[in-house]
Design a binder for this molecule. Structure first.
Ligand SMILES: Nc1ncnc2c1ncn2[C@@H]1O[C@H](COP(=O)(O)OP(=O)(O)OP(=O)(O)O)[C@@H](O)[C@H]1O
Length: 329
């Protein structure tokens, strides 16, 4: 059992609060991402779960056991951080074996478990190599093998892919998901990259200034943001205050403070509002138009064949059925 539960967690650096009253559950075998901008408290939360930072208040429970005050080395938690921190003078095999040697695991079992872990991450052929002779992606996989070989109750990954180039990051993202599924291990994952969180997670927790702003499945947070902050983070680039949108829409959502539309939802070339093209940008798949309008600035995508030039006037529609109704948190 490796169900993680954080109850009313308060975390501080000296007197400065970093995380306030955080309540979070990660089910057995679930992959939950903490997503949010720099400084919102993701790493601080991870450090507390790992046992590297003592909470100022609240409790951390893992598999039904209160681990709030348990030393880090007795928590049975695997860590993978942005810097892989491999031992440069040890082979892949010995890097992965390190934690087992510390635990005085017998030789035959150690060989079997290291062999299994290397197989899971696809590095069996690289057992004898030193880290310096591995690619960035391979080194990151060694770090992952080293974390899973101890069969942790929980795996914490903090921006594990951010040192890799874009292509490798995509490959490793898929690999991570496969490995997580294959092992059924409970994972808490930190990222500030929404695409990564959407692709990997069973559930996404969006943090803002030390608090949870919204949580849900990837589909929920992407398609149904609840606040302007989440909408902005999820690529809803047109966020208008409720006073600026047509009356009928406001009436159907009386509590909304803002409404948002994705750029692909805006219809150009017809509609009740007119705007002037401030910028027209080619983006491969489509053109992006930035319009100045009485409603404010509006971003819209159109097919690459669209002819409107910068400076021209055109009309547009913000379809009410494609709007997200938002409320300030
Ligand atoms: N060692 C520290 N001492 C004092 N304040 C810290 C320390 N580490 C982080 N903080 C502060 O705590 C808050 C949360 O930081 P944290 O590192 O958890 O954010 P984060 O969401 O992980 O950001 P990033 O994506 O940049 O890593 C920030 O205001 C940060 O400045």
């Amino acid at each position: 059992m490796s169900h993680l539960q954080l109850d009313h967690l308060h975390l501080r650096y000296g007197n400065a609060p970093a995380v306030e009253d955080l309540n979070l559950e990660v089910q057995d075998g679930e992959l939950v991402s903490l997503l949010g901008p720099s400084g919102c408290g993701k790493t601080t939360t991870m450090r507390a779960v790992a046992g590297l930072l003592a909470p100022a208040g609240g409790t951390i429970t893992l598999g039904g056991q209160d681990i709030t005050r348990l030393p880090a080395n007795r928590r049975d938690i695997g860590l993978v951080f942005q810097s892989y921190a491999l031992f440069p003078h040890l082979s892949t095999f010995e890097n992965v074996a390190f934690g087992l040697r510390l635990r005085k695991v017998q030789d035959a079992e150690l060989r079997r478990r290291v062999g299994d872990a290397l197989e899971v991450v696809g590095l069996s052929e690289f057992a004898a190599r030193l880290p310096a002779n591995l690619s960035g992606g391979q080194q990151q996989r060694v770090a992952l093998a080293r974390a899973i070989v101890i069969e942790p109750r929980l795996l914490l990954l903090d921006e594990p892919l951010s040192n890799l180039d874009a292509k490798l990051r995509l490959d490793m993202r898929g690999e991570l998901r496969r490995i997580q599924r294959e092992l059924g291990v409970t994972m808490l994952y930190v990222t500030h990259d929404q695409d990564e969180a959407l692709a990997l997670s069973d559930r996404i927790v969006i943090m803002r200034a030390g608090r949870i702003e919204q949580q849900g499945t990837p589909e929920q947070v992407y398609a149904r943001p609840g606040t302007p902050f989440v909408a902005d983070f999820m690529g809803w680039q047109n966020i208008l205050s409720a006073g600026n949108v047509p009356e009928p829409l406001r009436r159907t959502h009386p509590a909304a403070t803002h409404f948002a539309w994705r750029p692909e939802s805006v219809t150009l070339g017809a509609g009740p509002t007119s705007g002037r093209v401030l910028a027209r940008t080619y983006q491969g798949e489509h053109l992006e138009f930035l319009l100045d309008s009485p409603l404010g600035r509006v971003k819209a995508f159109a097919p690459v064949t669209a002819q409107w030039a910068e400076g021209s006037e055109l009309t547009f529609t913000l379809p009410p059925e494609r709007a997200a109704a938002l409320r300030d948190a």
